[in-house]
Design a protein around this ligand. Structure first.
Ligand SMILES: C[S@@+](CC[C@H](N)C(=O)[O-])C[C@H]1O[C@@H](n2cnc3c(N)ncnc32)[C@H](O)[C@@H]1O
Length: 158
């Protein structure tokens, strides 16, 4: 929500691993066309401006949205490193990446604790280097909704 104003007016949004759709619904409510993808879309209710795609993002044989491009990609609390390049490619020039998930150090507070689910120090910065302009980046301890170590980035594609 803090960085939603970076998303160009009228941009299409991809909410990756959308879960209950808190971000998908938020952006649809702002008038954006939103595609929400998750392997379990049972908690997502149909509404105007919302396309619901049920797919396993960790099925390496097929990206569920081939050739689709978006004005913003939003990912929160999800990490599957093999699809990161695909997510960046799916953003149009001038479009925005909003990404927040857990990072190393989160093991102290519980799950996720396995390295494959935790960003390494500076990893989101490395991910976008040379291809995006970084608007905001944080790597920090948060206390709400629970104590956690997170990394978050807002970046615009060059
Ligand atoms: C912690 S939830 C985050 C949901 C949402 N992004 C949020 O922050 O409210 C993680 C989501 O990733 C989805 N997920 C996990 N593995 C997945 C996979 N292989 N393919 C698609 N979605 C997956 C889960 O179904 C779940 O909705």
């Amino acid at each position: 929500m803090q960085w939603a104003g970076l998303v160009p007016a009228g941009a299409t949004i991809l909410d990756v691993a959308a879960g209950g759709g808190r971000h998908a619904v938020f952006f649809a409510g702002r008038g954006h066309k939103v595609t929400a993808v998750d392997r379990d879309t049972s908690a997502l209710a149909a509404q105007p401006n919302l396309e619901i795609v049920t797919a396993d993002l960790e099925d390496s044989s097929a990206w569920p949205l081939p050739s689709r491009r978006f004005g913003a990609v939003v990912v929160t609390n999800y990490l599957h490193r093999p699809i990161l390049p695909v997510l960046l490619d799916a953003i149009e020039p001038g479009g925005v990446l909003l990404y927040q998930t857990f990072m190393e150090g989160n093991e102290r507070f519980g799950k996720p604790s396995r390295p494959e689910f935790l960003l390494r120090d500076g990893e989101l910065l490395e991910l976008v280097r040379g291809r995006f302009s970084v608007v905001a980046y944080e790597a920090r301890l948060i206390s709400e909704p629970k104590m956690a170590m997170v990394q978050r980035i807002a970046a615009r594609k060059l």
